[in-house]
Ligand binder design. Structure first.
Ligand code: SF4
Ligand code: SF4
Length: 150
């Protein structure tokens, strides 16, 4: 058999060639991108906080209204093959970022582990480490900066 055909889709297809289902499955479900971020105006450096978007289910780490997320949350970034390269703050563990950079997925990624639980078991998801923005005043975000996401 042609060796190229035995490779998984994320190694043999470009991002633009993937089906919608394949594209969506690159998301490991960590919830990291759904945390509020602060940007240093002088250095442009982006800092993650432990404050989650109001639509994030902080237990499952999934969006509670994925189909309408872009209408409901203006700050929500809808990742596409076209805008991926422009988003510099995606976590280094993010499945989209890894594939875009030609790097392998981690063994806890559901596409490799076969289970959505593995991202929680590996301590990669935000489960148990964040609180909803409903409980934090915008002016206090700085007090919630975290350093466990790079
Ligand atoms: S950081 Fe990447 S892998 Fe994690 S939830 Fe966001 S899009 Fe999915
Ligand atoms: S709207 Fe959903 S996908 Fe967008 S940041 Fe909030 S929880 Fe994440």
């Amino acid at each position: 058999m042609n060796a190229a055909l035995t490779k998984p889709f994320w190694e043999r297809k470009s991002l633009a060639e993937m089906t919608t289902a394949e594209w969506e499955s690159l998301c490991d479900g960590c919830g990291r991108c759904c945390l509020a971020k602060l940007q240093d105006e002088e250095t442009d450096e982006v800092y993650f906080t432990s404050v989650a978007c109001q639509l994030l289910d902080t237990d499952s780490c999934r969006c509670t209204n994925y189909p309408k997320r872009l209408q409901l949350v203006p700050d929500c970034v809808g990742l596409t093959p076209d805008n991926l390269a422009e988003i510099s703050w995606l976590p280094s563990t993010c499945g989209y970022r890894l594939v875009a950079e030609g790097k392998p997925l981690y063994d806890w990624h559901p596409l490799l582990s076969g289970s959505h639980k593995s991202v929680h078991e590996a301590g990669i998801s935000v489960r148990g480490r964040v609180l909803s923005e409903s409980f934090v005043h915008e002016d206090d975000l700085e007090d919630h900066i975290i350093h466990w996401i790079d």
